[in-house]
Ligand binder design. Structure first.
Ligand SMILES: Cc1cc2nc3c(=O)[nH]c(=O)nc-3n(C[C@H](O)[C@H](O)[C@H](O)COP(=O)(O)OP(=O)(O)OC[C@H]3O[C@@H](n4cnc5c(N)ncnc54)[C@H](O)[C@@H]3O)c2cc1C
Length: 348
């Protein structure tokens, strides 16, 4: 059985690794001139690590990343709103996105990887299975589901980067009025950070001045980053199906979500393993993946409602009070609600 994977991001490469593992012949077509990922961090959540384990690359991921427990959620002045205990939490692997992408790339033979090949139609592809992993603006999705709405602006813009910084910083999220920030220390003297603010798309904003009053070391991390990456945040309205004929949508092409749970790439890894597990039964893939990703997509939307979108001083004070009152066991349970996924046991 032959599969063609369109798109060589984390989702496409994970699909290629997973399908090869169950005996498929696979080629990957990437439209860019080289395979690569942007310079920012990714938190490999426990659910994603289980998918990588199934793919046989988790040891390499653990070697290149740093296992961390989440410190919790902070206020703009640095005080903890939710301070999570070190015990009872599963670890998140903090790593550079390029390293995660590199692990997947090295798990594939170079002769199946093609760059500079933009795929514009699934009809042209001679394969038993086509995996559309061509990102949020997927051309294949537009061809297969012409009536489905495209990506919608989620009302916020984000900046991301990697800067020199202390190794002992806690992995944390900070919530302020109409904004949020996160730090993901890599443990090697580099800290991945992101900040986001509620704003119109393409607003002309400077993150250095926007986040100047936030707790240390956020202002310094932003100011000392050579290459700051800017993204307006878009999400894809829920699709009626992830499959059509022999084509399966995967990753952001199927369910691009807001980044507030840090689960977008993790979902693409889950998709990949599930697609391989069902061994060509695309109806089953659709039946398993749509409810799961819908729940995380909605969870991320809610995390935004109670996080970045809270702006008025009264709402902010109420939200912060509720967070402080939350028992840590409940906070940990709130996190594991999304990360407790296991590789589905499917008949081969
Ligand atoms: C600000 C922000 C922060 C985030 N933080 C996190 C996080 O901490 N954790 C997390 O899990 N996720 C996070 N995400 C989400 C994550 O980045 C995405 O969900 C993930 O990268 C999607 O991977 P993908 O392979 O599906 O798509 P992409 O990474 O978009 O890859 C698509 C690939 O397909 C190629 N391509 C496109 N069209 C064609 C074509 N026609 N022919 C051939 N190739 C094509 C592209 O060049 C690209 O290489 C974040 C996203 C944002 C915006």
């Amino acid at each position: 059985m032959k599969a063609i994977v369109v798109g060589g991001g984390i989702g496409g490469l994970a699909a290629a690794v997973s399908l090869r593992r169950v005996g498929w012949e696979v080629v990957v077509h990437e439209r860019a001139a080289a395979f690569g990922e942007i310079g920012a961090g990714v938190g490999v959540m426990p659910n994603a690590l289980r998918a990588l384990e199934w793919m046989g690359v988790a040891d390499e991921v653990r070697r290149l990343g740093t296992p961390r427990v989440s410190g919790g959620v902070r206020a703009v002045d640095g005080r903890w709103l939710v301070h999570l205990p070190d015990v009872g939490q599963e670890k998140v692997i903090a790593m550079h996105r390029a390293d995660l992408h590199g692990v997947l790339l090295r798990a594939l033979p170079s002769e199946i990887l093609f760059t500079d090949t933009e795929v514009t139609s699934a009809d042209d592809l001679d394969a038993d299975l086509v995996v559309a992993a061509d990102g949020i603006n997927s051309r294949l999705r537009a061809e297969l589901l012409p009536d489905a709405p495209g990506p919608v602006y989620a009302g916020a813009t984000a900046w991301r980067g990697v800067a020199p910084g202390p190794c002992d910083l806690p992995l944390s999220q900070t919530l302020g009025p109409g904004g949020e920030a996160g730090v993901l220390p890599l443990g090697d003297g580099r800290v991945c950070w992101y900040v986001a603010t509620v704003a119109p798309a393409q607003a002309d904003l400077d993150p250095v001045s926007l986040f100047a009053g936030w707790h240390d070391p956020l202002p310094e991390l932003i100011a000392s980053t050579a290459d700051v990456i800017r993204h307006d945040i878009y999400q894809l309205p829920l699709l009626p199906t992830f499959v059509k004929g022999r084509v399966a949508l995967l990753g952001d092409a199927a369910h691009a979500m807001t980044p507030y749970l840090g689960q977008g790439a993790c979902m693409a890894l889950e998709d990949a393993v599930t697609l391989a597990s069902v061994d060509g039964d695309l109806a089953r893939y659709d039946a398993v993946r749509r409810p799961r990703t819908r729940s995380v997509w909605k969870g991320s939307l809610m995390a935004g409602r109670f996080g970045i979108e809270v702006r008025s001083p009264i709402a902010l004070a109420l939200r912060n009070f509720a967070f402080r009152a939350l028992p840590s066991s409940l906070a940990v349970r709130g996190m594991t609600r999304f990360t407790a996924w296991e590789v589905p046991a499917m008949p081969r």
